[in-house]
Ligand binder design. Sequence first.
Ligand SMILES: C[S@@+](CC[C@H](N)C(=O)[O-])C[C@H]1O[C@@H](n2cnc3c(N)ncnc32)[C@H](O)[C@@H]1O
Length: 297
Amino acid sequence: MSDIKPPSGIGWTALLTAYCRSVESERPDRLFSDPLGAVFASGATETSTPDAERPRLGPANGDHTTGMWHFYCTYIAMRTPFYDQRLTHAVASGCRQVVLLAAGLDSRAYRLDLPDDTTVFELDQDAVLDYKQRVLDREQAQASCRRVPIAVDLREEWTGPLLAAGFDPKKATVWIVEGLLMYLSDSDCSQLSKTVGSLSAPGSRLVTEYYSRQPRVEDMRSGSKDEQEQASWALAMEQFDTGPTSSPATWLADHRWELTGLTHVAAETHRWNRPLPAELDQSDIVLWLLEGEFKAT
Ligand SMILES: C[S@@+](CC[C@H](N)C(=O)[O-])C[C@H]1O[C@@H](n2cnc3c(N)ncnc32)[C@H](O)[C@@H]1O
């Protein structure tokens, strides 16, 4: 593993989410199991000493029930089943084309037992996809379906590489945009939604999430004196942009998507009867989880 460099900057957030999925996978009451999460996260721990670019993954004391790690792990644990359920429902209804925009270290092509005639296109930046591929190759991981990684910058033109890789815009698609919009500006989000719409056959679905306002450093309500935790929070906050600035229904409707599912991370935390992190217990900030269906004109 020593020659496999883990990603940094915005790419480090993919390691963070993989780590959180590995924590959930260890719980006796887990909502999902993601064995590759631990493999991806441990690769980073083995090969780099924590620093400001790649802060430590996990709390110093190993106790995920306190502070910032409780927030991160709850957030990821709550959003993952939202996406999983919508994706598996669409596939059960016959959809065989899935696009993960900002796939990161997502392992749905491995863990969801998708039919072998399903194609999962995974778009992310080169540094993340390269790290992912090296780890998958080392592990000799076998996807249950066809997986097609495509290195792109999602703020630039990416339809050419997707079409060249075999994406068929005449087929209904499930678009999974997990953990991305908050890192983009309102206009980049609008452009992304427009592009996704231009590639979507009627019946396609878009599943995504965003914050009702841009998170700030002071939103870490649980506080932490741990330098690595502070570095981790600061790094995450540095990556944030506004995301979409209108309500989920309006934002979707702007590009011919009709809202078909809406909840938020705090509501899911209550629904699963888990303790609510202080960061999610703030009335002025909502972490929306939403699904839209593409409508023909
Ligand atoms: C928080 S991670 C989420 C990854 C994955 N969806 C998950 O939930 O585990 C954010 C991901 O967005 C990717 N990303 C952010 N901005 C991007 C851009 N402009 N182009 C391509 N990928 C981008 C990062 O590389 C990173 O893998």
